[in-house]
Every structure is written in C-alpha cells, then in structure tokens.
Design a protein around this ligand. Structure first.
Ligand SMILES: O=C(O)CCC(=O)C(=O)O
Length: 291
C-alpha cells in the first residue's frame, strides 16, 4: 500500500495514522462565511428512527434521533435504515438537493487530494463524493422543564457503509473524534486513534482499517462558548456543524416517486416538511400527495 503522509497537527492526538488525513485549516474564512450564510437557508429535520412500515425491532422502542440533520445529494432517512451494502442498497437513498457552490468547490479539492493519498484499491472506480450528511450538534430544551437543556452533542460507535474514503468538514466548537475497537462484552471499547476536529478543519479516512475494522464516534463536543449557529430548529442550540461527504453509486439513488409505496408513505411527511422551505422538495412532493 502506498504510504500516506503522516502529519502531526495542532489538535490531533499524536501523529495522524496511515489511511487518515487531517488538515486543521482547510476551510478559508471566506468559504466559512459562505457556508454559514447558506446554513441559514436550511430547515433541518428531526427524524424518528422508525416508522409505520419499518417499526422498531423487538426490544427497541421508537425514538427521535439525538440531533437534527440535513442531507444533500441523497437523503438517507433513518426509518428506511440508511445505506447498508451489500444487501441494504435499494429504496434507501432518495434524491435530494445538490451541494451549494461553496461545498461543491471544497469537495472537488478533497477528491483531488484523496485520489493522490489513497491506494487506488481503496477508491472505487466511480468514486466521487455525491452525498453529504449535515449533523447539528448542541443541546435541546427538555420538554416541559422550563429552561433546562439536554446536551446531545455526541455520536455513538458506528461505521459509515458507503464505499471508499469519507471526508468530514467541521465548523464550530472542537469535537473529540475517536476510532475504537470493540472489546469483549462488559469491557470498554479500546480507543485506537483520536483527533480533536477543529473549526474549519478537514478529516478524511479510508481503507479497510478505518472503514471496516474499526468503529468511529464523536465522544464529546466542547462548549467553550466560542461558537453558536443561529439555525431554524426550534428549541435547539447548535455549537458545532459537521458535514460528512460520502459516495453512493448512482444506481442506488432514486427519486421519491420510485420508492416502494410503503416507504413513500413513511417519509412523505418529512418531504412535505422540507418542501415548506425547499424548492427542490416542493417539486418532489408535487403530484405525490397522500392518497
Ligand atoms: O461529526 C463528526 O465529526 C462525525 C459524524 C459521523 O460520524 C457521521 O456522520 O457518520
């Protein structure tokens, strides 16, 4: 495997291992300002994990996701269980809005850097970053408790199943991002690598080691009071916004109208909510009202 540059940067813990890239100053001040003003045009969704036709498995209950989200390129609704190759690829990725110009420009740079850094065997033939999950980290007002806030700024261990390298741009307060290896039941996960993801930074990871053999998580997001984003989510205070860019093969991205009927029924309410502020989703829902 071609060696990757091993970098030591402010904010990373130790040197950055092979298969990862970290650039703490990737987003310029001008691009950052453009992203922040574009964020003001979004009305993120607060999704439920399950739905009428995709109910909770035995032993699990319906729950709201920890944080509001927005997807670009294609929307992977939680209730449709995300994109999970090799078997869970159909009827999961619903065509969504394109990247705004500033993100499209940054993604072009990331793709170029990734192609020179990663071994070609870790980059699928048609790989390009056509999907973006925007995660909003912060605290929500606890219902019925006056001003009490519940901090939800974390993400538990998981893997991103989209093939090829995944790139992540962070804005706002620093987040402690960890790769972990599962231990025996009852033992704490072993932290294998960790990086403090700073405001305006880029992180990329790829290859079997980081995509398949380890889980990753956001352990916590600092709250130094430096960053607050005024977003359109009632009762939620956002102090970090993260964009993860991934690749979903084009044949697995379908328009809403091609979803199975049950799935259309499950996500129609979300599309209608998005359509209140998005011309793209207004067009999507036109002609597909509930029966
Ligand atoms: O917020 C981050 O830095 C990572 C988010 C993440 O793990 C994901 O979107 O899969």
């Amino acid at each position: 495997m071609r060696p990757l540059r091993s970098l030591r940067r402010k904010g990373s813990v130790g040197s950055v291992p092979q298969g990862q890239l970290y650039d703490s100053t990737f987003v310029t001040a001008a691009d950052r300002a453009e992203i922040v003003s574009w964020l003001d045009t979004l009305w993120p969704l607060w999704e439920q994990r399950f739905s009428a036709h995709h109910p909770p498995p035995q032993g699990q209950a319906q729950r709201q996701l920890l944080r509001p989200v927005y997807w670009l390129g294609n929307w992977q609704f939680a209730c449709l269980d995300y994109y999970r190759p090799p078997h869970g690829v159909l009827g999961r990725c619903v065509r969504a809005e394109p990247f705004p110009p500033v993100l499209a420009r940054l993604v072009a740079q990331v793709e170029q850097r990734s192609r020179t850094l990663f071994d070609p065997e870790d980059v699928p033939r048609d790989w390009h970053l056509n999907t973006c999950l925007v995660n909003f980290y912060g605290s929500r007002l606890a219902s019925g408790t006056g001003e009490r806030r519940v901090d939800t700024a974390r993400v538990g261990e998981h893997r991103d199943f989209e093939p090829g390298p995944v790139a992540s741009i962070s804005l706002g307060e620093r987040a402690l991002f960890q790769f972990v290896r599962s231990q025996r039941p009852g033992e704490r996960d072993a932290v294998v690598s960790q990086t403090w993801l700073e405001d305006s930074s880029l992180q990329v990871f790829g290859g079997e080691r980081w995509k398949k053999h380890h889980f990753h998580r956001v352990q916590r997001v600092e709250d130094k009071g430096f960053h607050r984003f005024a977003l359109h989510v009632e009762g939620f205070e956002t102090r970090r916004v993260n964009f993860t860019f991934r690749y979903v093969p084009a044949e697995h991205v379908i328009p809403f109208a091609q979803l199975p009927k049950d799935s259309q029924d499950d996500v129609r309410g979300y599309i209608a909510e998005l359509a209140r502020h998005s011309a793209f989703f207004a067009e999507t829902i036109r002609g597909h009202p509930a029966d």
